[in-house]
Structure formats: C-alpha cells, structure tokens
Design a protein around this ligand. Structure first.
Ligand code: NAI
Length: 319
C-alpha cells in the first residue's frame, strides 16, 4: 500500500456506504484503511472496489487525477481498530443504523484517538446529541451524512453536535470539497436533517395523492422525473421561485396566497397502509419487477444516468 501526503482516513464498517467513502477518499489522494468487525466484509469490499474502479476507469468516469491502480494502492484492509486509527486525520463510521452499536463504536474510538482526528458518522437519521453525548472528544465529532449512491450524488449533510468545535465543521467541509463532494451545513440538529425532511415531505404528499385516487403511482413518478426533477438537478426550490417571477419578492407577492390555499388542503401523515403499498408495488413492478436481478439492473441504469448527469453538470457549472 502506498502512503499518502494527503493523510490517512479510516473507514469503520465496510458495507455499501463504507466502500463508497473509501473510493471517494482514495480519489482525493488519501490513504484509506478499511476496518470491519467481519474480516470477510473487508475482503469483499476490497474486491468490489477493485472491480468498480476498473469499470469506472474504462467508462472515463473515475474520479480524481490518479489512475485506478494508483487509487487502489492507497486502500488497504486493517483488522485491528487500534492500529487502523493510528495517525489518522479523519475517521468515517459506517456501521448499521443502530444507536447503541454506534455509541459503542464512538466510545471505543474516544478512548484511543488523539485530539486532532475528526470522528465522523454516516448516520442517516440519528441525532448527533445522542450519538456523541458524554464523549471526551465531542468537539471533534460530527455527522457527515452522504446520499446513496455517494460516488454519483455529491451532497453531504454536515450536522454538528451542540458542542462540536467550529473548526471541526470547517475541516470536514474542506475535506469533503477536496474529495469532490458537495458539503452543506445543517446549523442545528433536527430529526431527518434537511435532505430526508424534504424527501419525506414529497413522499408524504405522493402517498396521499395515490391513496386518494388522484393519480396513478407511475404517473406520480413522472411528475418528478419529467417535471420537477428536470430543474431540481440544477436549481433548488427556492431559486426556482426566484426565477419563476421577477425575483423572490415578486414571486411571494404573486403566488403566496395561492400556495397557502393549496397547502391548507394537505392531509395528515399517511399510515403507509399495506393496501396502498400493494397498489403502488403493483404499478412499480410493471416497469421494474421486484426480484433481485431486475432491481440490480435498474439500479445500475440509475447509476449510469447519474454518472452522465454529473458529467453534464461539470460542463455547465464549472466548480
Ligand atoms: P451495511 O449493512 O451495508 O454495512 C455495515 C457494515 O458495518 C457491515 O460491513 C458490517 O459488517 C459492519 N459492522 C457491523 N458492526 C460493526 C462493528 N461493531 N465494527 C465495525 N464494523 C461493523 O450498511 P450501510 O448501508 O453501508 O450503512 C452504513 C451507515 O450509513 C448507516 O448508518 C446508514 O444509515 C448510513 N447511510 C446509508 C445509506 C444507504 O442508502 N445505504 C445512505 C446514507 C447513509
């Protein structure tokens, strides 16, 4: 394994998300140590990463300026957590979404790390105040929540604990930029952070519209893929408002009463009943049958689309 002037990053948990982080950090020239409680998971991860990187290189979609072999030489497995974290500048925890398990891992890390390393969790929805409560190194702790698949979707939500040092947020922000991701700061912790709150708001209304028989499940999806989603890949909902009138103030003057009128008709939180789930599933399965082969093929197609979209975005929005 090569050493790296950029520094060393440790990944704790070599599953779906751990592997993606490993590839991203290697693309930025960082040395990456993969740790997992299951040795086989580390072996699987290394094999899977090798395959993925070669395919990406062939497709001209490998991130960073190093070749696949150069990036691969930066990644190694490490069966011992104490050895893995020695000299690390950043530790990215990627174990399953279980508060007690994550607390145990962070308590263990807390007892072996120095005052410089950043302790970062990939959690999708556990609150930093719960995850990092009582840790000696709480100032160095942060949530860096990626979006699946992280190699193709660059957003990372940075969510601090109330006692996280501003320097920890700044350093993590800079690190994410260095590996080509797009970090954003959540100023205060909130259930679901920002991405999932927006996602759940959309799912919630989608479910109600289907349940009330206003639209079929596949037509509902078209509204996003052929409608809202077309612009949301480039501009967010607030900029959309700004552009759809003569600026934000003009939009609010013109449309806020209409929006409030519609918003008042929104229903309660859906129960996600079995009956509606079956109806939606039936419609989804017409296009993508829910067996492992069809689902995997569709995911691969999705990732290829995302890869092309990322290329297009880099051409029209140079960083
Ligand atoms: P996964 O189940 O694919 O991988 C978890 C890995 O952690 C496994 O390899 C497992 O062997 C290992 N592990 C379990 N206990 C461990 C321990 N005590 N020490 C070290 N390793 C241990 O899970 P996945 O999907 O990669 O999720 C990881 C985290 O990322 C979760 O917190 C999840 O919420 C978050 N996340 C997941 C996303 C997704 O779509 N999969 C998206 C964004 C965040």
């Amino acid at each position: 394994m090569a050493s790296s002037a950029a520094g060393c990053v440790v990944i704790v948990g070599s599953g779906v998300i751990g592997r993606s982080w490993a590839m991203l950090f290697a693309s930025g020239g960082f040395q990456v140590k993969l740790y997992d409680i299951e040795q086989q998971q580390i072996r699987n991860a290394l094999e899977n990463i090798r395959k993925e990187m070669k395919l990406l290189e062939q497709a001209g979609a490998l991130k960073g300026s190093l070749s696949a072999e150069e990036q691969l030489s930066l990644i190694s497995g490490c069966p011992n957590i104490q050895e893995a974290v020695e000299g690390a500048m950043h530790i990215q925890e990627c174990v399953p979404e279980d508060l007690e398990l994550k607390k145990k891992i962070f308590a263990q890390l807390d007892s072996i790390v120095d005052d410089r390393v950043i302790l970062s969790s990939s959690t999708s929805c556990l609150m930093p105040s719960k995850l990092f409560a009582g840790l000696v190194h709480v100032k160095q702790c942060i949530v860096a929540h990626p979006v699946n698949p992280p190699y193709y979707i660059p957003l990372v939500e940075l969510v601090p604990h109330p006692e996280t040092a501003p320097a920890t947020v700044d350093r993590t922000h800079a690190l994410m930029k260095k590996i080509g991701q797009c970090p954003m700061r959540v100023q205060k912790e909130v259930a679901g952070f920002v991405l999932n709150r927006l996602q759940y708001a959309i799912i919630s209304e989608a479910w109600r519209l289907v349940e009330e028989g206003i639209v079929s499940p596949s037509d509902l999806d078209l509204v996003m893929s052929e409608g809202l989603g077309m612009r949301y890949a480039f501009i967010g909902p607030l900029e959309t408002m700004h552009l759809n009138a003569e600026g934000m103030l003009s939009y609010c003057d013109r449309y806020s009463e209409g929006m409030k009128h519609v918003l008042k008709t929104f229903g309660p939180i859906p129960e996600f009943s079995r009956a509606t789930a079956e109806k939606v599933n039936q419609d989804m399965c017409v296009k993508v049958p829910d067996d492992p082969e069809h689902l995997a093929a569709r995911r691969q197609w999705r990732d290829e689309c995302l890869m092309r979209l990322a290329k297009l975005k880099s051409q029209v929005q140079p960083q």
